[in-house]
Design a protein around this ligand. Structure first.
Ligand code: SF4
Length: 208
């Protein structure tokens, strides 16, 4: 009986310590994450898909040509290559994406959204989030910098790639004849420079 009482008190104390140690910022982030996950689940159900299918379509709509690859999807979401293959097979079967061979790299395939795939993303949670952020123009810049530092810190702890926007990468070069990737030496089309990249490296000034 005594033992049960002690265990109960211990667990109550541990729970109190947990509640006290979670900051309001962490709770807000958790709440935002839960709201986004709920929206993704609803979107997926509307289209007869799983949440990961919707997330993969969102990712591919934003990924650059070094990142529209199955391996990059596995890295971005922290899922296995097998899960990625299954998801891609479903999306391809439903006509929402196509696979295009890379002219320069043998077995590599680039994943492209079809017009039907792009339509699935209309009126998505991401658009609603953009609208909400649009109502906070004053705070948006500071919020972005804070979130970027927080994300970099967590990704460093988890040993994950950062996946930042190309034109904010330390390898990004703007030359008289256009943009160039300093890592691969290849020219970058303007529309590629606003996309996310698995090779992204934080400039020194924004590294945590
Ligand atoms: S500049 Fe950086 S983000 Fe852009 S393509 Fe090169 S490695 Fe990727």
């Amino acid at each position: 009986m005594q033992l049960r009482f002690d265990t109960c008190c211990l667990s109550r104390n541990a729970s109190r310590r947990y509640i006290i140690s979670v900051s309001r910022s962490a709770l807000l982030l958790e709440r935002l994450g839960a709201l986004i996950q709920q929206s993704v689940r609803e979107e997926a159900a509307r289209h007869g898909l799983l949440p990961i299918h919707i997330q993969v379509l969102h990712y591919l709509a934003r990924a650059n040509r070094y990142s529209d690859l199955p391996i990059a999807i596995a890295e971005y979401f922290g899922i296995t290559r097998g899960t990625v293959s299954q998801s891609l097979a479903v999306l391809e079967r439903k006509g929402l994406l196509t696979k295009e061979p890379d002219a320069a790299h043998g077995k590599r395939v680039h994943l492209r959204l079809t017009p039907a795939g792009a339509t699935v993303l209309d009126d998505s949670w991401a658009e609603r989030l953009e609208q909400a952020l649009g109502g906070l123009p004053e705070e948006a810049q500071a919020l972005e910098a804070t979130l970027r530092r927080l994300l970099s810190g967590l990704q460093g702890i988890n040993g994950q790639r950062a996946f930042g926007i190309c034109r904010h990468c330390s390898h990004f070069l703007l030359e008289p004849d256009g943009a160039r990737c300093g890592l691969t030496g290849e020219p970058l089309a303007a529309e590629q420079t606003t996309r996310i990249c698995r090779e992204w490296t934080a400039p020194k000034a924004v590294q945590p």
